[in-house]
Design a protein around this ligand. Structure first.
Ligand code: NAD
Ligand code: FES
Length: 281
């Protein structure tokens, strides 16, 4: 069992849970993730390790509450526990050892960019982060990233920082030159837009992909993606890949294929909850 030691609401539907997982906290590396299993019968959810405190034996999980399973997870309170956490899984992030890197985080993807920026900063790489949200209340991990380098905040509605998408700011930073590598994590259209900017410039771009995962061990094929014309499994070959080779159309199709089931599962959970409330105690 993994006890929750703290819980923080980061934005209207994003929650941070710091959870006891001492072994994972000791050995995790940037880019790696865990598979979380709330309790018996629950779905398994892949979550990037957004931060870790080896001394306290905790890892930080950042959860966007979008379906039944993620809602169940964020309903947990400090002192309660998650049944199983498996990891660290996946390949650590490909890092440069010097020069300047651009880290781009869209919405909840900013939490995934954070450990990458940490790893780069540790190596002495100059980090510029561009982070974006729909409006001010959706911007996350700003303070944490400011400790690691320059941060440019963007909001779609201009309520905080620069008005516009993260890609608008990225265009300007890239035009200034000197960027050795770009890391982009967020919604698929955002990662595709970043790749469309960097490909003509020949700037290596790493994206983190989040297809549906089931076993997390390369056995089920649920997380398959196409990169450079080859089938790869995000759980064991990724989750980070060379963005210039990713087939984003296929990724979008595969992500939308499960939407109907996710909505049904959520509706069913809400109906069960309503029935429980109306039953005489
Ligand atoms: P969102 O839709 O609120 O977008 C966040 C920011 O991304 C925007 O403010 C904007 O700056 C940028 N953006 C969005 N669409 C863009 C476009 N077409 N072009 C350029 N920039 C764009 O994001 P959210 O609701 O926090 O994120 C949800 C999505 O992120 C989900 O689809 C989720 O699956 C995905 N996600 C991906 C990862 C990953 O590892 N790749 C991790 C977590 C979540
Ligand atoms: Fe099953 Fe990756 S989650 S192969």
């Amino acid at each position: 069992m993994h006890t929750i030691v703290s819980k923080q609401c980061l934005s209207p539907n994003v929650t941070r849970l710091d959870v006891q997982a001492p072994r994972i906290a000791q050995i995790r590396q940037p880019g790696q993730f865990v598979i979380v299993h709330h309790s018996e019968g629950a779905e398994r959810i892949p979550l990037t390790i957004a931060d870790a405190d080896p001394a306290a034996g905790t890892i930080a999980l950042v959860i966007q509450s979008v379906g039944k399973s993620t809602r169940d997870l964020v309903a947990l309170e400090p002192g309660q526990a998650i049944a199983d956490i498996v990891g660290p899984l996946g390949h650590p992030t490909e890092m440069i050892e010097s020069g300047r890197a651009l880290c781009i985080g869209g919405g909840v993807g900013t939490a995934v960019v954070h450990p990458i920026a940490q790893g780069l900063h540790k190596r002495g790489v100059k980090v510029t982060s561009i982070i974006g949200g729909r409006s001010k209340e959706w911007v996350i991990f700003e303070a944490e990233l400011r400790r690691l380098g320059e941060v440019i905040v963007c909001t779609d509605d201009g309520s905080y920082g620069r008005k516009g998408f993260v890609t608008d700011a990225a265009k300007d930073v890239l035009a200034g030159g000197g960027i050795g590598i770009v890391y982009a994590v967020g919604p698929v259209p955002m990662m595709r837009a970043v790749v469309n900017l960097t490909k003509p410039l020949g700037v290596r771009t790493i994206v983190s992909l989040n297809p549906v995962m089931i076993d997390g061990t390369g056995m089920c094929g649920g997380c398959r993606v196409s990169v450079g014309g080859e089938t790869r499994f995000a759980c064991v070959d990724g989750p980070e890949f060379d963005g210039h080779g990713v087939n984003f159309d296929e990724l979008m199709d595969r992500l939308s294929a499960y939407r109907e089931y996710e909505q049904k599962s959520l509706a069913c959970a809400e109906e069960n909850c309503r029935l429980k409330q109306t039953l005489p105690s």
